[in-house]
Design a protein around this ligand. Structure first.
Ligand SMILES: [Zn+2]
Length: 385
């Protein structure tokens, strides 16, 4: 076969490309919800192409994206116009009025046309319509903010945002087009309701009670813990000189006023919650929740999350499986990618060192080669590509 290139990767490690099960290729540059709506849509569309390229340049060969750009990026990448990962688009996620996908300082109409990743829907009829709308726009998964997310003080993380009835309608409507539902759940009550409604994955899920964990394991509901983002989010609260409402540590009687102390308390809580989920056999995925070019560097944030899973207690192999095979299953693309097997796409990365010996080798500077669907995205091994 004369057109086959042979690459000598002696001493290096080959592994499947990384799957990021939760990111926002919204092209957004700002930390606050008002600015991410006001920023020109066309600028965001262009910037999202750079976010997609940065992702795949770090070995992230597949993503589940929650943003208005996802279906268009998917097409442009598919047509070879730009570099980027394989995209499973959610298009916009459902938020109630004043919820995590709204911008309360701005008129509803402006949010409707220009929010990079939120669509507002209240009540069973509107959420049914909104699911149809996101599916019409190319969604292959429906995202819902079932709880608050702590952008501002009127949407704290520990409160449920959609009723069980609304969540059931969302899942039912999505089932009519065989599309799964991913639910942002930061409180125990919310996760319990989302599981009861029959969602496919719990996003964040840092406050899972025992009953919910047992039911998730029994029903095959996945967890995308986004540890890196949750720690960043707490450290970016207004109390510590940042942008967001207040640091959130589920189960904490009192949150320390010192940033480092608050962050270490949160890390311990996140690790404990994650390990209970893992011990129960829940499928765990890697989600960067990258949403802003400057704050959460695309691709790099995903690799940080894999390392964070190890820091929280997973073995190196468990974290790599979360980042590859399990991620592909969560995105429902395991027939195409997620493992290195005959018949699947050549989505792979070559690392200078073995990540099973040191997960720190899962870093952009250690990545010698990235292939997405057989195409060379990055090649410092041979200098070609
Ligand atoms: Zn997110």
């Amino acid at each position: 076969m004369p057109d086959v290139r042979v690459v000598d990767a002696t001493g290096a490690t080959v592994m499947p490309g990384i799957v990021d099960a939760h990111c926002h290729l919204g092209g957004n540059s700002y930390p606050e919800e008002t600015n991410w709506v006001l920023e020109p849509d066309r600028f965001q569309a262009i910037a999202s192409a750079a976010q997609a390229a940065a992702s795949v340049g770090h070995g992230v060969t597949s993503v589940r994206d929650i943003s208005v750009n996802g279906p268009h990026l998917r097409r442009a990448i598919g047509e070879g116009l730009i570099e980027g990962p394989r995209i499973v688009p959610c298009w916009r996620g459902l938020s109630r009025t004043g919820g995590h996908g709204d911008a309360p300082g701005l008129p509803r109409e402006m949010v409707r046309t220009s929010h990079p990743w939120g669509i507002i829907a209240d009540g069973p009829d509107e959420v049914r319509w909104a699911v149809r709308e996101v599916v019409k726009n190319g969604a292959r998964c429906v995202k819902v903010w079932a709880s608050g997310g702590g952008l501002h003080e009127n949407e704290p993380e520990d409160l449920q945002h959609y009723s069980l009835e609304e969540l059931r309608v969302i899942v039912e409507e999505a089932s009519y087009v065989r599309v799964p539902v991913a639910a942002h759940c930061e409180s125990a009550e919310t996760a319990r309701a989302a599981v009861e409604a029959g969602v496919w994955s719990i996003e964040h899920g840092e406050d899972l009670d025992e009953e919910t964990i047992v039911r998730m394991a029994a029903r095959g509901i996945s967890l995308v813990p986004t540890l890196t983002l949750l720690v960043q989010w707490a450290s970016w609260s207004k109390e510590f000189g940042g942008y967001y409402a207040r640091p959130y540590v589920p189960g904490a009687e009192q949150i320390p006023g010192d940033r480092d102390a608050a962050v270490s308390l949160l890390r311990a809580r996140l690790a404990e919650n994650l390990m209970r989920a893992k011990e129960a056999g829940i499928r765990i995925g890697v989600g960067s929740d990258a949403y802003c070019t400057g704050l959460t560097p695309y691709g790099e944030q995903t690799l940080r999350e894999v390392r964070a899973l190890v820091a929280a207690g997973l073995t190196e192999m468990e974290a790599i499986v979360a980042a590859t095979r399990s991620g592909a299953e969560i995105l429902r693309i395991e027939g195409e990618t997620g493992t290195l097997e005959t018949g699947k796409s050549a989505d792979l990365i070559v690392l200078r060192r073995n990540p099973l010996e040191d997960i720190g080798s899962l870093d952009g500077t250690e990545m010698l080669l990235v292939l997405r669907q057989g195409c060379v995205v990055k090649d410092v091994l041979t200098g070609a590509g």
